[in-house]
Write a protein that binds this ligand. Sequence first.
Ligand SMILES: [Zn+2]
Length: 356
Amino acid sequence: MDRREFIGALAASSFACALVGCAGRGIRQAGGSVMTVRGPVDRADLGMTLTHEHLYADVRPYAEQAAKPLPPDMDDVVAVVLPYLQEIRRHGCRTLIDCTATTLGRDPLLIRRLSEASGLHMLTVTGAYVAADGRFIPPYVRDQTDEQLAARWIGEWRDGIGDTGVRPGLIKLGLEGDPLSDIERKVLRAAARTHLETGLVIAAHTGPWSEVEPGRNARCAFAQLALLEEAGVAPSAWIWVHAQNEALGSHHVRAARRGAWVSFDGFRPEQATDYVALIERMREEGLLDRVLVSQDAGWYNAGQPRGGEFKPFHPIFTALIPALQANGFDEDEIATLFVRNPARAFAVRERTQQAS
Ligand SMILES: [Zn+2]
């Protein structure tokens, strides 16, 4: 942890806030804020956070989406999704990060409406998803240079997404190459440029499963890190999304030691034992402060009656946190995972290779 991060961690703890009355302007500036769909929020105010979820999505291939747009019936989405959000609010959740990529149904106005209705802070994304055999890649992502893509994403940050006035809180990528393809390398360079200009964290869906070939997902992850470092971006500006897809825990440790965020984010209630083991391993190595935990749940699906089968957001609170506590995780460690780490990861802050 560098000095700025240490000060930030202090700012994120309510005890420290009480101590300094949260008046230390220096702390706030150094700690930074998080960009929610309703504007900037001090990172100390994020509270209990789910870092990787989905509210609404359109998972039809891009060509099909372009040929036949299916704009969400906002009232219906709210009717279906709001009770799930109210439920996690009752469990103490204060922030939900919607990681739905730009061409998978990202809808800033819908997310803002759900944020207003639920009272939860929410974040949306900029970026590009080029995994899934390329079926979500729009023509401009193929045609434009990394510089042009970065200009587009920085424009969303500066002026809002389209004419919504909603600004992104993270850069979401989707990658799966081993080795990385040309287009994957291009969007990573664009993400590096965008990060250095905006301070937004880069959350990279890292695709390949390593069940058959342990180490495969990690190769994709470390290739990304190498490219970003080469572009001057520190590992602490990068989130290894779906790190649970890598079967070898030693790679999680290696990435975290290098400063990256390791995100175990596909939790389902029946996986409590597996997730406790993943997190326990990181704790044993003294790396709990590099770990993010979420569920990749939700998914009101465009084009399906009432959005299809919505996956609830509560299991982290009703199954995982109790399992962690039963395995000796104390309140402070739970706060590290679900309060302090999200606040540090998503704080808008330039993280350069030289400075970290
Ligand atoms: Zn996801």
